[in-house]
Design a protein around this ligand. Sequence first.
Ligand SMILES: [Zn+2]
Length: 300
Amino acid sequence: MVQTLLAGLWLLLAVSTADAFDAIIDADGGKIHLYIEDDAYRLSMSELTVWVERSVNAVTLYYGGFPLEEAYVAVSGRSGKGVLHGIAMGEVGAVVNVKIGLSTDSADLMHDWVLVHELIHLTFPKMHRRHHWIEEGLSVYVESIARAQAGDISAESVWDNFVRGMPHGLPQPGDRGLDYTPSWGRTYWGGALFFLLADIKILQRSGGEKSLRDGLRALVASGYSILQRSEPRHLFAIADRALGHPVLTEFYDEMGKQSVDIDLAKLWRDLGIVYAQGKTSFLDQARLADIRRVITQASN
Ligand SMILES: [Zn+2]
């Protein structure tokens, strides 16, 4: 209760006025308190609410229920267009603050990834700064997959984004592994590549029966969220138990402490992803084409 009150105060500060529009979004398993700063947006409050509901829905589908009993989303306006900034916090309640441009239109919100990224941060414990790549990599990876599984973006756009982004996550000369190389590329895209490779391996080892999603659902079912602090080995062991193979622990042992070369061209070839003339298409006879299809397939 104290946490709830504090989170409420924190949000009122975030939206800077007590006149904020507020609503409660009932997601499967959770309640999201939405506050929108009363400002001169081009979009109506109901259009902004639909965007938050759509983002909540993608996360709810991926996790098989909203992963927290209670969360808070505060939206505030700035000059500009599109979703400008987001941050997730777990110190006093599970809180996401998002800043959007006052000229934002509905097409901007249809393409927004920021809110889903921040909502996914709410599902995962805070870690030592050394492991920040795990928090960011998870949000980058799952954000795309959850939106595709919810039907909000196409499989082509997911892989197009990965083909363009993942090269930033490759180790550069002098790299000492993900735990000891806190560059922007290794933190966001190195982390995302870790989870993509783990997801593929989990699907391979389980004959397509299980995916990273099942491991993450197990963490949520064990009561973990941004409200706790934890460490990778402990969390990966819980997820691995649910998956039946220690895939995450093995990948962490391999990639956390040392630089590992990854042949991305071969990975895209194996998955049957062809990127040519600015366009992504698929080859269904590729070795891992079935896995590629399963990764973005609708949730169940
Ligand atoms: Zn983030």
